[in-house]
Ligand binder design. Structure first.
Ligand SMILES: *Cc1c(COP(=O)(O)O)cnc(C)c1O
Length: 388
């Protein structure tokens, strides 16, 4: 870290703690599919997947073929489900990498069956039922007929069935109705001879809010990384944020009153002032909307961002800090001494979501993995580096 201009720290002990807290909400027979899409919400999919395997996670969820391939090429052997639909053209590669697909239409199941016969690999599939998300999945009405038809297609193993909730943090009547409609489809399939090994619906919010959504597997993402899908739920589960985002002062400048700062000249120094230039901008995953809003931590105190956030650098007010030095550590989110900036604070400043603040940390930012308070490994654009 000492020589890095910007980095995120990933606290693997916090991740393990969070998995333990999730498990404490579940009966022992309920399995966990950990969602590691979007590079494990910015945390680094392969390293997180390895830790997940150590914690006894049963399955991983990704969104794309490439995300699945990255896990396999990184040596991850756990079952992997691609949650989003893939294109029919991608199917042979999906099967060759032993990735499970989600099925949202009968036509896709036919393509998968053909692909399996062509390449000789079986196709493991989870059927998605749309009970109210309005995104992917078979419409609940008539779903059982389609599923019974799919079950006799050669090469396809219908291993799971699932649905997804759009409002499990905010609308319990709607969610309860989804659970009812989903259960009806699962029961009808069973009555017609199609039983599933994995039945799953719960994202993070449902996992906390609706024990009736657990079935025999849950699909948490955000809470495993230590954040809450909504403020109302944050008191209900004591998870710890896994990621902190840090950068260093690249320059310390004395600027005269009247000097303008950054693009668009939106900030004019009201007095002679000391300005810090930090090694992070929107090209690292800060938001341009934090321009003249928001703050960072220096020496355990909040200090405001001044002028527009640029692609590579951001300016901050250093007045009131005696002798600030090049190389000093600034925290964009995370803790420093007794103060902290939450991912939720950043999301409020830039009008986004905690999910988005995590996902948008770009690949130019080195991921530094911490275990038992020490640096364990790093991942940069140039690859993975293990510490001695
Ligand atoms: C992203 C996703 C999840 C995880 O959602 P969280 O709110 O992060 O827990 C679960 N299931 C599906 C289908 C998803 O797309």
């Amino acid at each position: 870290m000492d020589r890095l201009p910007s980095w995120v720290e990933i606290d693997l002990d916090a991740f393990e703690w969070n998995i333990g807290r999730i498990r404490s909400l579940l009966p022992g027979r309920v399995r966990i599919l950990l969602v590691v899409k979007a590079d494990a919400y910015g945390h680094g999919a392969v390293r997180i997947a390895r830790q997940a395997a150590e914690c006894g996670i049963d399955m991983l969820g990704v969104a794309t073929l490439d995300e699945g391939k990255e896990l396999r090429e990184g040596g991850i052997a756990l079952p992997v489900l691609i949650l989003s639909p893939v294109l029919p053209e991608e199917l042979e590669e999906v099967l060759a990498y032993d990735l499970a697909v989600s099925i949202s239409s009968y036509e896709f199941a036919v393509s998968a069956s053909r692909a399996s016969r062509r390449c000789g690999y079986p196709c493991t599939a989870h059927v998605e039922v749309d009970t109210g998300m309005g995104r992917a999945g078979l419409s609940a009405e008539g779903a059982a007929d389609s599923i019974v038809g799919m079950a006799s297609l050669e090469g396809i193993r219908l291993s799971g069935i699932f649905t997804h909730f759009p409002a499990s943090d905010s609308d319990s009547d709607f969610t309860a109705e989804q659970i009812r409609a989903f259960t009806a489809v699962v029961d009808e399939c069973a009555a017609r001879g199609v039983a599933f090994e994995y039945v799953h619906t719960a994202n993070s919010a449902a996992l906390i809010n609706f024990p009736g959504s657990h079935f025999n597997m849950v699909r948490p993402g955000l809470i495993a990384y230590g954040h809450s899908p909504s403020l109302a739920l944050s008191e209900r589960l004591d998870v710890i944020p896994v990621m902190s985002f840090k950068a260093r002062l690249l320059l310390v400048r004395r600027l005269r009153a009247g000097t303008s700062i950054s693009y668009g000249r939106t900030f004019i120094a009201p007095r002679d002032m000391t300005v810090g230039v930090i090694a992070a901008g929107y090209g690292h995953g800060m938001s341009h909307r934090m321009s003249n809003r928001g703050a960072v931590l220096l020496r355990g105190r909040r200090t405001p961002i001044i002028g527009r956030v640029t692609m590579d650098m951001t300016m901050v007010d250093l007045d009131g800090f005696p002798d600030p030095a090049v190389g000093e550590e600034v925290v964009i989110f995370g803790s420093q001494r007794d103060e902290r900036i939450d991912v939720d604070d950043v999301a409020a400043w830039d009008g986004s979501l905690n999910y988005e603040v995590l996902c948008r940390i770009s690949k130019r930012v080195v991921r530094v993995y911490m275990k038992r308070g020490r640096v364990e490994s790093r991942k940069s654009l140039l690859g993975v580096h293990e510490e001695q």
